[in-house]
Every structure is written in C-alpha cells, then in structure tokens.
Design a protein around this ligand. Sequence first.
Ligand code: 13P
Length: 239
Amino acid sequence: MINLANFSSIFIANWKLNGNIDFIKHYYQKLTTNNKNCVVVCSPSIYLNALKIDSKNMFRGAQDVSVYREGAYTGELSAEMLEDNNINFCLVGHSERRQYFSENNETVKLKSLNLIETNIIPVICIGETLKEKETNQTKEVLIKQINESVPNISNSKNTIIAYEPIWAIGTGLTPTLEDIDEVHDFIKRIDKRFNTFKVLYGGSVKTSNSSDIVALKNVDGCLIGGASLKVDEFNSIIS
Ligand code: 13P
C-alpha cells in the first residue's frame, strides 16, 4: 500500500466518463509533478493501463470496483484485478454513482473492505445535497454516511475520505473557506479514529481557488473533476 505520510498533499483527478488514447498521450506529455505531492489520475477503467506511473508520486486510480471478488458477474471488475494492474487508489461512493447507479453506504463499505484487503486505498466520497444543506442537515448526513460506509478496519494509512458537497460538483459553486475547514474538522472529530485521516475536498476546485483550499488546516488535498481534464489547469492546481 502507498505510504500517504510521504506526501504533503494529495491531488486526485477524476476524469469521469471522459478521455481517450490521444487525450492521454497529450496529457502525460504535459503533466508536471513534484515529489512533495501525491498525484492520482482516475480514468475510465479501460484506459487505466495507459496512465503513466513512471515517477514516485504518480498513481493510477479507478473510479469504481465490484462488491464481488470473482464469479458470474458480467461487466464487473474486482479489487484483485485492479491490484493486478498497478492501481493504488479507487474512488468509492461518488455522488454520481450513488445517484445514477444505486450505490449506497452498504455497498460502499463492502467495496472499501475489498480494496483495503487488496492493498488499494479507497477514497470514500461523502457529501450533502443542497436541500440537506439548506435545512441544516449537513452534519447529520455526514455522520450517517461515515458511520455506515467506512469499514472498521479503515485507518489513516489505508483509507481516504473525500468531502464533496453535491451542490458544489460541476456547478462553479463552493462553500466558503471557513465552511470547508469547519466541515473537515467536524469529519475528523466524528470519531477519535478519524482524527488523523486524510480528508480531501472536492467540488468546483480550479486554479483560482485551489491554493486557498489546500492551505486550510484540515484539508489534505483535493478531488478534481472538470478542471482535471485541462492538463495546464491541473498542473497549476498541483504545483
Ligand atoms: P468538479 O470538479 O467538476 O466540480 O467535480 C468534482 C468531482 O465530482 C470530483 O470527483
């Protein structure tokens, strides 16, 4: 398993359903990383093997994994198969998967468990909807998601949590810096065991706001969607 303590911040590009061979070729011609930060690219699974891992801080991440280990489950990819292909991270429970593909806390927990047992770090995504935020339910929602989806064997070395307010994803809206820091602090204090977990922020991260967000005391990096598709912008975020 990758030693997260080696890095000061973690930046994860979530390409979602975007990219192709040509795109990847050009992307890696321009991607510039430094040794301080951990940089993970989560491409669609068919392209994972085309992602470069030739520097000490560049990693491959999957966007999903099966709850099953093997067997008659057409179309699925297991944690073992990811591990076999040098994939060190995997997003789990992204709000788009919860919304469109019936992912729930129970499957998130099962997937995370399979990943940890295979030495892959699950990046467990949590976050509230706009309605939940407006009705002051954010903390309650996060407690439930964390308690039900983070496996008991999770610790700060084998699991990452990503806070992505759903209303901030792809909208250009972000919480205030104070709100981000407060929510991250809250997440780390939901239980003593989360105190030292790495907690990433995601939702409309771009060049213009990334350095302020990453500078927050309780933010350990970012999960980036749209802006990670533009390699120049991603370079400037991770630098
Ligand atoms: P955007 O950066 O496009 O808002 O997406 C965030 C996200 O969903 C990353 O997982």
